[in-house]
Write a protein of this length. Structure first.
Length: 567
């Protein structure tokens, strides 16, 4: 591709750095929070409270596989929801392979906003420079809104689909009030938070509301008949422990800690759920400056603005706490937000200001345009930092409640769990940056633009393919998100926000058939070797749902184009 060695090294190392910050930083602290709740006994209390609500297997599926699985996806993600919910259902008496199938099918609609919104955050960081935006925040919010205008339809569909797959249409109609309440409550919150707050809290709030609504319904309504499986075993299977996958020397993030018994007796359910309230409140306070109506709120009242002082072109707080302003010296170290061009990717002009060494050429753009992709080290306001603050507050509350939790020991355990995944994330982002800087993604975009009118439909299957290959919606967005945006630019009549968002929405439907997640599902129910049987049962659901995502994208592109947000 004729890419100079210096730019190659610069692009690869910047990609690795982006994989570490903010991506791995979010993952690390999200899973640390989850592991704190495991160590304190709060997680066990929540599991027990869910299983005590009803003995009906259909309602248990809605509570555990869909709503609780979505909460786990929002906090931890990365395979943990499938392993944990499948093992819980197997322990309740579900046939093991059926439990794995239901857990995989439920782990769809919430995935795009998993791990504190990391798939969308990653996608926004990669698509922003393609659209010519130096600030990824606006692009991320637009993508969050776009996905939030696609997946709520599936959030309504999936609960019903789960029960039909498990028990048939007639049995699903018998609990239609519960099915509708679970899906509609989740979908409404998913739409509102993704569109008006951002991707970070979408899953967590939607899951908590969905669980709460269903729990309240079960206090005043019960199905006419309690559904249990034919030939159901008299005693439940033991809780399964996932085995290492992806060649890891330890379990996937959160899985082992979440499925083994806690070190102390379970906490009270109310206190356990309060830990998640702490997480939500801390993140909302830190993100308040991004909420509608508050974006122009002045400092120091605007906490978000206080935490990002010195960001280039940020008028609410242009002066950093430490270091020169961006206008005086763009590259010099600043705190709390250091936004600079990565070494090897820029040169300086006569005034000493940094100038990108990479340009985007025709036909990708109408005229040669600098490819601007500065690295933003926003120490205090990054989503991962906000989650870390929540971890500190939650731990202090645990101490007051006299729960024996060693903060530093749990953090060290989390680091060991995540060692290999963090390295993997860094290298995947390195590849993505190399493809973007070299023009490989642009070349592929030109080729895919030949699909013409049907590309929005194809976009869903590109995302599906990416997740099938990598096992991760984040990785799929990394590999194919920029391609989707550039292909839309080539077509001219389709929004890059729509196609990039569809990559994420279509991708979540491929997670149930990825080898990594099949392995996690099988291991979670102690059926290692049953991956083929599970795949045979879920492949048709995956294809049907991805096709529906493609149809939704086509409608949004050509019938309802006004539904597509602008960054």
């Amino acid at each position: 591709w004729g890419m100079p060695l210096g730019i190659t090294v610069g692009a690869a190392t910047e990609g690795m750095a982006f994989g570490l910050w903010p991506i791995s930083w979010i993952v690390l602290n999200a899973i640390f929070f989850h592991n704190l709740t495991v160590a304190s006994g709060d997680f066990e209390a929540i599991k027990q409270s869910l299983t005590r609500l009803t003995e009906d297997r259909r309602l248990q599926t809605l509570l555990v596989a869909f709503s609780f699985g979505a909460l786990l996806e929002g906090i931890a993600g990365f395979g943990a929801p499938v392993a944990i919910t499948a093992s819980i259902m197997a322990s309740l008496g579900f046939e093991p392979v059926t439990a794995a199938v239901l857990a995989l099918l439920a782990n769809t609609a919430p995935v795009a906003f998993g791990s504190i919104g990391i798939p969308i955050t990653t996608l926004g960081g990669l698509v922003a420079p393609i659209l010519g935006h130096t600030d990824a925040a606006s692009t991320t919010r637009a993508l969050s809104a776009m996905v939030g205008r696609q997946l709520p339809l599936f959030s309504i569909l999936i609960p019903a689909y789960l029960i039909v797959v498990m028990a048939g249409w007639r049995r699903m109609r018998e609990i239609l009030p519960a099915v509708l309440l679970t899906g509609v409550s989740f979908a409404i919150v998913q739409f509102l938070i993704s569109n008006y707050v951002g991707p970070e809290l979408t899953d967590i709030l939607a899951a908590l509301v969905s669980m709460g609504c269903l729990a309240l319904l079960l206090r005043v309504w019960k199905p006419a008949q309690t559904f249990r499986f034919k030939d159901e075993p008299a005693t439940a299977a033991p809780m399964a422990q996932p085995r290492p996958v992806m060649g890891a020397s330890s379990d996937l993030p959160g899985e082992a800690a979440a499925t083994r018994a806690p070190a102390q007796k379970p906490a009270s359910p109310l206190a356990a759920y309060f830990m998640y309230v702490v997480l939500v409140v801390v993140i909302l306070v830190g993100q308040m400056g991004n909420l509608p109506g508050l974006t122009k709120l002045a400092t120091p009242t605007n906490i978000t603005a206080d935490l990002k002082c010195g960001t280039p072109a940020f008028k609410l707080c242009p002066t950093p706490w430490f270091g020169p302003t961006a206008t005086a010296d763009r590259q010099a170290f600043k705190f709390p937000d250091w936004n600079f061009f990565w070494p090897g990717t820029y040169t300086t002009n006569a005034k000493g200001a940094p100038v990108s060494l990479v340009e985007r050429e025709k036909p990708i753009v109408s005229k040669p345009t600098a490819y601007l992709n500065p690295f933003d080290w926003n120490f205090l306001v990054a989503a991962g930092s906000l989650v870390f603050y929540a971890c500190i507050v939650a731990w202090l509350v645990m101490v007051v409640r006299r729960r024996r939790v060693n903060f530093f020991k749990v953090y060290a355990q989390t680091l060991r769990q995540l060692a290999l995944p963090i390295v993997t994330i860094a290298f995947i982002l390195s590849i993505a940056y190399l493809m973007n800087f070299s023009g490989m993604t642009s070349s592929l975009a030109i080729a895919f633009s030949k699909t013409g009118f049907v590309f929005p439909f194809v976009a869903a299957f590109l995302g599906w393919l990416g997740v099938f290959l990598t096992g991760s919606d984040t990785s799929s967005n990394t590999l194919f998100g920029p391609l989707q945006a550039q292909t839309a630019q080539q077509l001219g009549n389709v929004s890059p926000i729509l196609t990039a968002g569809t990559n994420s929405s279509g991708g979540v439907m491929g997670k149930m058939i990825s080898p990594q997640n099949l392995s996690v599902g099988a291991a979670g129910v102690n059926k290692v070797g049953a991956e083929g049987a599970i795949f045979a049962r879920v492949i048709k659901y995956s294809l049907i749902l991805t096709t529906l995502v493609g149809i939704v994208a086509m409608i949004e592109a050509y019938v309802l184009p006004g539904i597509v947000p602008s960054p």
